[in-house]
Design a protein around this ligand. Structure first.
Ligand code: MN
Ligand code: MN
Ligand code: MN
Length: 279
């Protein structure tokens, strides 16, 4: 049974509609899928209908941006009650924060000679909040850079001229939101914040102190040594283990739905907390 507990639709920075995402999951033999868009649950309701028809089991999820020390970390909420008032309030705060940040990025890019960057990014965002990849797409469109990666390297990435440091809500706060909404809090892809192992352990300790439940020990294709190391970090702290592709777009084989291998047998899978037993 394949559980993919982390992926995106076009309601954040993914490319597919919720329907198309569910179809793709079905085609790739994913049995249980969690949709975890950045700071929104807008895709979950639509996906639920498609999932029923495709007999894919859908877990309502979200990926919140949060602040840990001076950096941003992502916390996934799984099995959240999409009707929760606390969640609705949290989502509207995050939308305001994203809006403020996108205006600030737009101002920076205006000064750098791209006065229509925000308008352009909004066009790519469509119904969703503007995210940095939308600015990147615009910069590619106007020929400022060759591709999305180059847009981050030259303008949008950490320390670059259009990098706006935004103060997200503290990790503790985000975990409380997820718990208030009846969900399970998962520290997303701890190996992707460019932290040393010592710092990853410190992050995991803070996460435990804040009441977090699980660590994503697999995020897309990665060396099995990474998985084993993250599993050790989880086990030492009595945390459950989660796994997902972090799927965004169809042409990135290292982030493809369902294709990241299995959780090792000695892992304590997070889906036990969600009412699934695979033993
Ligand atoms: Mn993303
Ligand atoms: Mn993330
Ligand atoms: Mn993600």
């Amino acid at each position: 049974m394949i559980f993919d507990l982390h992926c995106h639709t076009y309601f954040s920075d993914g490319m597919l509609s919720p329907d198309a995402l569910v179809e793709r999951a079905k085609a790739r033999n994913v049995s249980v899928l969690a949709i975890t868009d950045h700071d929104t649950i807008a895709g979950v309701g639509i996906a639920q209908k498609a999932a029923l028809e495709a007999s894919v089991q859908l877990i309502p999820g979200i990926e919140f941006s949060s602040q840990w020390g001076r950096g941003g970390v992502h916390i996934v909420g799984l099995g959240i009650d999409t009707k929760s008032a606390v969640l609705a309030d949290a989502i509207s705060r995050q939308a305001q924060a994203r809006e403020a940040r996108s205006i600030a990025i737009g101002d920076r890019l205006t000064k750098l000679g791209f006065p229509y960057a925000l308008t352009g990014a909004r066009a790519y965002a469509g119904e969703s909040s503007v995210c940095r990849p939308h600015f990147a797409q615009y910069l590619v469109e106007v020929g400022a850079v060759k591709n999305i990666n180059a847009a981050f390297k030259k303008y949008l990435g950490a320390g670059k001229p259009a990098d706006v440091k935004y103060q997200w809500p503290l990790m503790d706060q985000v975990i409380r939101w997820i718990h208030d909404a009846g969900g399970v809090a998962v520290l997303a892809h701890p190996n992707k914040y460019e932290l040393t192992r010592t710092k990853i352990c410190a992050l995991a300790d803070s996460f435990v102190a804040a009441g977090g439940d699980a660590i994503e020990v697999i995020s897309g294709l990665q060396p099995s040594a990474t998985t084993e190391d993250l599993l050790r970090i989880a086990a030492e702290r009595n945390l459950y283990a989660s796994c997902g592709s972090d799927f965004h777009v169809p042409d990135q084989p290292w982030q493809e739905l369902g294709s990241f291998g299995q959780l090792p047998n000695h892992a304590r899978p997070v889906w036990e907390l969600l009412g699934y037993n695979t033993n």
